[in-house]
Design a protein around this ligand. Structure first.
Ligand code: FMN
Length: 229
């Protein structure tokens, strides 16, 4: 079983984090989740989902019947179901949650072995903190651990346009071994819905983390592959 750290920060696109969580759970991944207070605001603003981070049940972020968020909340995305009624509860990955100030969490230490970490979406603030090694919350610390241990760290920034400061931070992180994977969906797979665009990005994150998924066809599997060369 793979063990992945997932951090959700306060960049726009909380739906990317939500869909990534669902995809990892459906793949049977053991997930170690942490969420910044700014992400709490974005969740409410973008999706009307109220998170109470001090007494938080991470399963509440999985869709019904596995969690409590209602698929109707995101019906305009038209996601293909990943966690449907046919899935056995035992095949869903375990889910652990840590408050962002909990430096005693396992993920704050290099001795806690993982198969990688994703920050999705990743704010410019979090990007800057990691780039400068600040470790001022659990998300920054866990990312720092992944860099020092030379483990996979995938950052999904969302901002536009990008300042020279943000670009410099991305370059530093890339040189330190992180993968900068912007929330920048392609269109060559002929998306039919907003969900297809979200899944394009989430699929690339899963590929980086070597997590199997069924989030749309790959290029060579697309009927029109080669038409646009
Ligand atoms: C609705 C909303 C959307 C935001 N979108 C972005 C964004 O796309 N990118 C970004 O870097 N910051 C964005 N911010 C600002 C961050 O939330 C803010 O800089 C915060 O300090 C980030 O903290 P964190 O990295 O600990 O989550 C947004 C804030 C709100 C409330």
């Amino acid at each position: 079983m793979r063990r992945i750290v997932l951090a959700i920060t306060g960049a726009s696109g909380a739906v990317y984090g939500l869909r990534l969580l669902e995809t990892l759970a459906a793949a049977g991944v053991e997930i170690h989740l942490t969420i910044s207070p700014a992400a709490q605001q974005v969740f409410y603003h973008e999706m009307g989902i109220e998170l109470s981070l001090d007494h938080f049940d991470p399963r509440s972020l999985l869709p019904e019947p596995w969690g409590t968020w209602k698929k109707a909340t995101l019906s305009h995305y038209q996601f293909r179901p990943l966690l449907d009624d046919s899935i056995q509860p035992a095949s869903i990955g375990q889910l652990f949650y840590y408050p962002v100030r909990d430096y005693s969490a396992g993920i704050a230490s290099g001795s806690f072995l993982t198969d990688g970490m994703a920050i999705c979406p990743c704010s410019m603030g979090t990007l800057a903190s990691i780039s400068h090694g600040l470790s001022s919350n659990l998300i920054h610390r866990a990312a720092d651990v992944h860099l020092k241990e030379r483990r996979k760290l995938v950052l999904v920034p969302r901002e536009t346009p990008l300042s020279s400061i943000a670009l410099g931070n991305m370059q530093r992180l890339s040189e330190a071994g992180a993968v900068i994977l912007p929330a920048m969906p392609g269109y060559y797979h002929q998306p039919q819905s907003l969900g297809d665009l979200v899944d394009f990005v989430v699929a690339r994150v899963c590929d980086q983390l070597a997590v199997p998924h069924k989030l749309g066809r790959r290029w060579s599997e697309t009927p029109s592959a080669g038409e646009f060369e």
